[in-house]
Write a protein that binds this ligand. Structure first.
Ligand code: FES
Length: 121
């Protein structure tokens, strides 16, 4: 892969067997983690950081979806987010968005496509 902004995540097939994956990353100079998941067959990734009280979405439970499976849910106070846009649907943070991370897929391998992202092993 020649494009230097592409950073390998792994086979997209791995996402079909789990609710989500996390990866430690440095993004725009901050050490954090990324959530990666499939929703309606499409891969999405967001910085794992809830804008409400600055906690990872999975801080209290090993889960990032609500019971319906239609919304991302922060396990700290239960705020929900549109998984396709990261937009908060809960009144306090209505309209604010999780930080989306661009992805690309080549030959079954998923990559971060972000210049300012570095995976941390
Ligand atoms: S920290 Fe996420 S809902 Fe409060």
């Amino acid at each position: 892969m020649q494009d230097s902004k592409l950073k390998v995540i792994g086979p997209i097939e791995d996402l079909r067997h789990v609710s989500y994956l996390t990866r430690k990353i440095s993004f725009k100079g901050q050490t954090t983690s990324a959530l990666i998941f499939l929703f309606n067959g499409q891969a999405y990734s967001y910085v794992n950081h809830c804008m409400h009280m600055h906690r990872p979405l999975n801080c209290e439970q090993d889960a990032i979806f609500d019971d319906t499976g239609k919304y991302l849910r922060c396990s700290m106070h239960g705020f929900i987010f549109d998984p396709t846009t990261g937009e908060c649907q809960s009144p306090v943070c209505l309209g604010q968005r999780l930080q989306a991370l661009r992805l690309q897929q080549h030959d079954g391998i998923l990559y971060f496509a972000e210049k300012h992202l570095t995976p941390i092993d």
